[in-house]
Design a protein around this ligand. Structure first.
Ligand code: GRF
Length: 213
């Protein structure tokens, strides 16, 4: 190889943004260990609350962590400034929102076009957008009486849950389901499966695009 030829990047550096228990983060960690996620590496986990158990999962697996809260930063703008700084310091290529319960500003999203993924616990365009998060999504699905629900991984744009769909998986609703029971089934059968697969797919695309450059 010519000395002046820059080395092509081997793996896409991923940051995962979290707010809660981090079972989706755990699915990504497991996927990297088993090789399902092989074109990307989990490099940084950022939480917007200090008591997110996801931070503990990251620490236990040797992944760098940061906790950036709106309370400590004073405003959303300051918070995002700090996030951008730490993302850049860690040379992050791809951001995965895994149960991250803050809306990200259009200015922030514009810095990472087609480089932010989100997992949503329904088949978009059903039960999504502003106000549809966590158990509320499953409550709405049961209320409507849908027989099939599921999960969606999509790109993040400036409108909540509106970006291009990358992957979806359907899950059957059962009689006597409660929102809690349905939430668990959707996580186990859909979210934990498609988030690692979609992340791998996008990492592979990013590396292929870099190859062409
Ligand atoms: C998941 O249902 C995710 O889709 C949603 O919030 C939940 C987060 O769970 N938006 P966890 O923190 O990954 O366990």
């Amino acid at each position: 190889m010519n000395k002046e030829t820059p080395m092509k990047q081997q793996k896409v550096k991923i940051a995962v943004l979290v707010s809660g228990g981090g079972t989706n983060l755990q699915a990504l960690i497991d996927a990297e260990k088993t090789g399902i996620l092989h074109n990307g590496t989990l490099t940084l986990v950022i939480a917007n609350t200090a008591n997110a158990y996801a931070l503990e999962r990251a620490r236990q697996n040797g992944i760098a962590t940061a906790c950036i809260t709106k309370k400590e930063c004073g405003s959303t703008q300051q918070m995002e400034q700090q996030m951008l700084q730490i993302l850049q310091q860690n040379n992050i290529d791809l951001i995965v929102l895994a149960g991250y319960l803050s809306i990200i500003s259009p200015e922030f999203i514009a810095k990472y076009p087609n480089r932010i993924l989100n997992i949503h616990p329904s088949l978009i365009p059903s039960f999504c957008g502003k106000g549809f998060y966590g158990l509320k999504v499953h409550e709405a699905a049961l209320e409507k009486g849908v027989k099939i629900t599921g999960a969606t991984v999509h790109f993040v744009n400036e409108i909540p849950d509106d970006g291009k769909i990358i992957m979806q998986k359907a899950v059957t609703v059962k009689e006597n389901d409660t929102p809690e029971i349905l939430q668990k089934r959707v996580m186990r059968l859909a979210e934990w499966k498609i988030l690692p697969l979609a992340t791998q797919q996008i990492c592979q695309t990013i590396l292929q695009e870099q190859e062409k450059e």
